[in-house]
Design a protein around this ligand. Structure first.
Ligand SMILES: [Zn+2]
Ligand SMILES: [Zn+2]
Length: 77
């Protein structure tokens, strides 16, 4: 297992299913798209619409493309 990233902060959470452990499957609250208090991931950082996430359960790190124009400053094109 990887150590938790130093940027991991429980105050910054994202509700994205972990591709490694998929812990949210079967959770009614997650399936409704609500902010589940048990199944959340650390939001390490974000670059535009690309989120850098870490799973607190298995410490898997991955990036998630939201396709939202999350940034007001820089646009790629
Ligand atoms: Zn996981
Ligand atoms: Zn849940």
């Amino acid at each position: 297992m990887l150590p938790l990233d130093p940027q991991a902060d429980a105050g910054r959470r994202a509700w994205v299913a972990c591709p490694n452990c998929a812990a949210r499957s079967g959770c009614a609250r997650c399936e409704q798209g609500r902010g589940c208090t048990r199944h959340w991931r650390y939001l390490l950082s974000n670059t535009g619409s690309l989120l850098h996430l870490q799973c607190p359960a298995c410490t898997h790190v991955w990036t998630h493309e939201t396709h939202f124009g999350a940034t007001r400053s820089r646009r790629p094109r």
